[in-house]
Design a protein around this ligand. Sequence first.
Ligand code: HPA
Length: 281
Amino acid sequence: MPDTRSQVEEAVAFIRGRSDKQVRIGLVLGSGLSPLVEALADADKFPTQDIPHWPRSTVEGHKGEILLGTLAGVSVAVLKGRVHAYEGYDLGEVTFPVRVLARLGIRALVLTNAAGGINRDFGAGDLMIIADHLNLQCASPLRGPNVKEWGPRFPDMSEVYDAKLRTLAKELALLQEIEVHEGVYASMPGPQYETPAEVRMLKILGADAVGMSTVPEAIVARHMSLKVLGFSVISNLAAGIADHPLSHEEVMEAGARMGPMFSAYLQSLLPRIDQTLETSA
Ligand code: HPA
């Protein structure tokens, strides 16, 4: 079994050997949501393929880069492009970047993804704040020896997505007249999209949206005591609800369409998140 802890420290040392920028909030950008990086001021950029032990993304639209810079006056670390379990990685590898971000010093993590809408009130192009999740990856990123310097063996998951940050996110959406829902995100292994029967099952289980990411990252972030906020961009209605077959192109297009609005919204939210970190320090 690889020594994940020393691999994480080697990746951190690589970045820290080239950038001394402090970072307070981490952002993981999902499918088609990467235009946000253009708003980053004086960023230090690292193609993830240069970083030791960093898993390589193999999916189109998920080019890996980590950027340390300033967004809306807040010091951030942005992950452009994530890796997924369906690419062949185990969940320890999938969550390696989150471990690195935590060791770089972030205190809060904002996770974003594109997801299929299951809740009948949702439409393509809506935004959902993740209230809770279903881990249907059939595995845990915490499997294996626990690193107690990182967190406990049996971490609590009663409030993965920080209630205070969710309230802030809702208030701000309301102010900006952005249609926002709150709901449960189900994380499926993929890469195939769901069948209509699977979507009916997910609905019975309490899911409002479905995707193939985010949950392992949220679990690891909580293991390391980071505050977590999660957003799903509803790129399509889930299988059996949509009246047409699903495609990666549709998901990428929806991300691109919503990118500018979502980027502006996230930028207005970042200073507010930062303030909560100050007061709870
Ligand atoms: N299912 C799973 N993952 C997804 C979907 C979906 O409908 N849309 C975007 N990612």
